[in-house]
Design a protein around this ligand. Structure first.
Ligand code: UD1
Length: 418
């Protein structure tokens, strides 16, 4: 098990080019079984979630080649409709395989997926959407068995704009007979990227980015060579770190509109931010003032995946911040760890009240989930003295070359095997 040793207090200076977005690459990899031609995806981050997804693909019979930062998937010999249980438990995104495997084999078997322990994460919206497309679903012994003689386009109204459910339904509808209309669809940029990817394979999907997505089923999809969008959450994490520690940073690879909600808050905190095309420049003197309220919302609202990191920043901002988490139930496990570093945080249900303190001090803390782990790193970079961040398995699920990137920016961080 690895840990980070971080000597806090350094300002961060420099440039970061983000990787392709984890949350795009995962559904794209799942979508690669929709064709038996070759799919090449560029900028694929070397993170555990991606490696697990690639393992799932190879276990269903795909041949995977890694060429530098590209993944090349040949699923012409894919044979299995069973998504392997052990890997499914590791990775929630394995659930995307349902839509694409169903399209390919007309049946799919999967166990309930895992992922970060951030509260109840049901997949009822995925399943009810698939049912509308004609899929018969039987839940037995912890497995979900799906089958469909024929996938048939349908009108689907989501009770909540779930990112995963929207993506899964699109994947099941691309080759269905007729037209599927998804209303109250998620609007995240990753959905628009999935649409671009599928259309580059010959699909007919339109409306992504808005609340209504229309999928016209096509007979076949062909191979594709594709570069996904940059990771807005990775970008946001580095921006928050620089804002909190002070410094000057340029992020490349993410257009400002994809993280406008964060940039708006950081400006309110007192950071100077300039944006042009897919570049974001941030300057911070490290003396931030708090914003009154930050509430996580579906896109274009403040992303839940930046809530923890932003709370870490708020821990040393002057004044008080009320954080409200509207998407997940228990996304404050990191708060107890931040308190070990001297943060003043009170959590009640979905709300956290953070009173900014003058300084945090180094401590030994444990990362309990992916973004919570990143938040502890942000806090440790800002804290006085040395911190250990234990259990990096969660952070390694989502951040490629994390410590190397931070070191290039001037941070004193090293990985130690224990
Ligand atoms: C995706 C992201 C994740 C991000 C989240 C919200 C990927 C791989 N992961 O996760 O990083 O935190 O969006 O932006 O893209 N829900 C249901 N029933 C369902 C599905 C979801 O009740 O069938 C609920 C969830 O419990 C949660 C909310 O809807 O409260 C949002 O979940 P969803 O948008 O589906 O998130 P994910 O796709 O799992």
């Amino acid at each position: 098990m690895d840990k980070f040793i971080i000597d806090g207090g350094e300002k961060l200076y420099g440039k970061v080019r983000v990787h392709s977005a984890k949350n795009t690459v995962l559904p794209l990899l799942a979508a690669s079984v929709l064709t038996d031609e070759q799919v090449k995806i560029h900028g694929v981050p070397a993170i555990n979630d991606v490696e697990n997804m690639l393992h799932i693909l190879s276990e269903v019979g795909c041949v995977i080649k890694r060429q530098k930062d590209c993944a090349v998937i040949d699923s012409s010999n894919a044979v299995s409709h069973e998504i392997p249980t052990r890997l499914t438990k590791e990775l929630r995104s394995s659930v995307f395989m349902l839509g694409s495997v169903l399209t390919r084999f007309r049946r799919a078997k999967i166990s309930y997926p895992g992922g970060c322990d951030i509260g109840l994460r049901p997949i009822d919206l995925h399943l009810s959407g698939l049912k509308k497309l004609g899929v018969e679903i039987v839940e037995k012994d912890g497995y979900i068995h799906c089958s469909a003689e024929r996938l048939q386009g349908a009108e689907i109204l989501l009770d909540f704009p779930s990112v995963g459910a929207t993506e899964n339904i699109i994947l099941a509808a691309v080759k269905a007979a007729g037209i599927t209309v998804i209303r109250n669809a998620a609007k995240e940029p990753e959905i628009s990227d999935l649409q671009r990817f599928l259309n580059a394979m010959g699909a007919k999907v339109r409306g992504a980015g808005g609340g209504t997505i229309v999928v016209e089923g096509v007979e076949r999809l062909h191979g594709v060579d594709y570069t996904p969008i940059g990771d807005r959450i990775e970008a946001g994490t580095y921006l928050i770190a620089a804002a909190s520690c002070g410094g000057e940073m340029e992020i490349e690879g993410v257009p400002a509109e994809n993280i406008a909600a964060l940039l708006h808050k950081l400006r309110e905190n007192g950071c100077k931010i300039h944006t042009k095309n897919d570049k974001i420049e941030l300057y911070s003197d490290g003396k931030l003032k708090s914003v009154n309220l930050v509430e996580t919302m579906p896109f274009p609202g403040f992303p839940t995946d930046l809530q923890a990191q932003y709370s870490a920043l708020s821990a040393t901002a002057k004044g008080a911040t009320l954080v409200v988490e509207n998407l997940f139930e228990t996304r404050y496990r990191y708060a107890a760890e931040l308190k070990r570093m001297g943060a003043d945080i009170t959590v009640r249900g979905r709300a956290a009240f953070i009173r900014g303190v003058e300084k945090l001090h180094g401590a030994s803390v444990t990362a309990g989930d992916l973004r919570g782990g990143a938040a502890l790193v942000v806090a440790a970079l800002r804290a006085e003295g040395q911190s250990s961040v234990m259990d990096l398995s969660h952070i390694d699920r989502g951040y490629a070359e994390f410590e190397g990137t931070l070191r290039n920016l001037g941070a004193k961080i090293k990985r130690v095997r224990i």
